[in-house]
Design a protein around this ligand. Sequence first.
Ligand code: IPD
Ligand code: CA
Ligand code: CA
Ligand code: CA
Length: 267
Amino acid sequence: MSRHTPVMAVMVAAARKAARGLQRDFGEVENLQVSLKGPANFVTAADKKAEKTIFEELSKARPGYGFLMEEGGVVEGNDKSHRWIIDPLDGTTNFLHSIPHFAISIGLERDGQMVAGVIYNPITDEMFIGEKGQGAFLNDRRIRVAARRELTQGVVACGTPHIGRPGHEVYLTELRSVMNEVAGVRRMGAAALDLAYVAAGRYDAYWEANLQPWDMAAGIVIVREAGGFVSDLNGREDMLGTGGVIAGNDMLRNQLETLLKRARAKG
Ligand code: IPD
Ligand code: CA
Ligand code: CA
Ligand code: CA
């Protein structure tokens, strides 16, 4: 871990500390307090505990930085140029169903730009990190986006709307046009890990609509540092504002953007 910059060391340590609680509670959901924020929008005591740990660790290490957190919302800091964007448990539905595919996601924004990200799956012990200018890593190994040039050979991940989420019809049109052109489609249920898997070259590309900033913040910098692109669904860079995301390698960018645009025009 010697290659971590001081700020990355802080982020990794906070993720590991919060992960201990998630590891303990995984598979013990019947003993956890679960509440509903909306239809199929669950939050558990584990989400809240993990967020509290991350908040305390980061506040201690970098007093004054602001926060945007899924459960706790906005906490303003005195330092107006730095903000942590945190999803303490991305993939709560998986967690609740004892599916070992979820992650802690911590992103650092400086002057409106994502500059560092950590995505940690506490069950597989996979720590994806990326920092502007420093590259992207999975545990201690450098990672890069996949090099496939043709979508027809690619595996593409996505996120499906569900009860209480808009966009069912648009999504079905997009899915139909993508699945006709690719080797495989995956829907694993944790947006942060979807981006991390693109960075690691496991998925060739990924798209989803109606996300929140904390789902994407860390992943944006990790994918970019792994040599990939991340844009919103209009090909611009307003992912956090629009909630839409497309990620992959540059060679697939046009193919996927065109497919999705054509589908939306039809739908
Ligand atoms: C969810 C997951 C899921 C995505 C949803 C998110 P949560 O986050 O990332 O893959 O499709 O849109 O809300 O609520 O489990 O942190
Ligand atoms: Ca949630
Ligand atoms: Ca999330
Ligand atoms: Ca969450």
